[in-house]
Design a protein around this ligand. Sequence first.
Ligand code: SAH
Length: 214
Amino acid sequence: MTPDAERKMQFLYTLRSRGVTDKRVLTAMEKIDRADFIQGFFTERAYEDMPLPITCGQTISQPSVVGLMTQALEVQPRDTVLEIGTGSGYQAAILSHLARRVYTVDRHKRLVQGARAIFDRLDLANITAFTADGSFGLPDQAPFDRIIVTAAAEDPPGPLLAQLRVGGVMVLPVGQSDAVQYLIRVRRAEDGLHYDELCAVRFVPLVEGLGRDT
Ligand code: SAH
């Protein structure tokens, strides 16, 4: 086995040992190469289970957290998914293998442009990336079957809850940026919203308005 193949096998093994057991999620994470979403020096560490820096002072999330969030989202093949926090584009690329359509939003234009270039190169034609303040969601494309937020807010943003279809699921970290945050799952049923808490996590904060590069 080449060192590269060995590292990828270890990567999948780590995901499984940290609780990512859904076969469709593991297959998607096997297909999408995390190294494609990291630049320069840090590319070497692409298969390690740790967050890594990307441009605009942001981070690409830890792979096991990406896996657990994707699994908790219970994406179905016909779903339309909204992601808030495009970052490197890694999470959106994984979702593109599981869903019919993926919309992804970031407040930094530079990150959106970078992610679009990777989506084109990898031929991930079912992803549309926008530069916008994701706290307001994407009213023109709503409602969504699934919503995933990859930056932490103190509470689930109202507009996102409003854009979740009945039967829909939203997964997001909540809590203050300098304190413990919890990953929560919100389900919209006919009788209202139901919440469950999944695990403690650490994310960059959801920030209001557009980035200064925009
Ligand atoms: N999902 C990403 C990691 C996201 S890091 C990946 O797979 O690489 C969190 C991202 O959320 C950052 O890129 C940050 O710019 C973005 N963000 C923070 N607040 C935002 C907001 N209000 N609207 C849109 N994006 C936001």
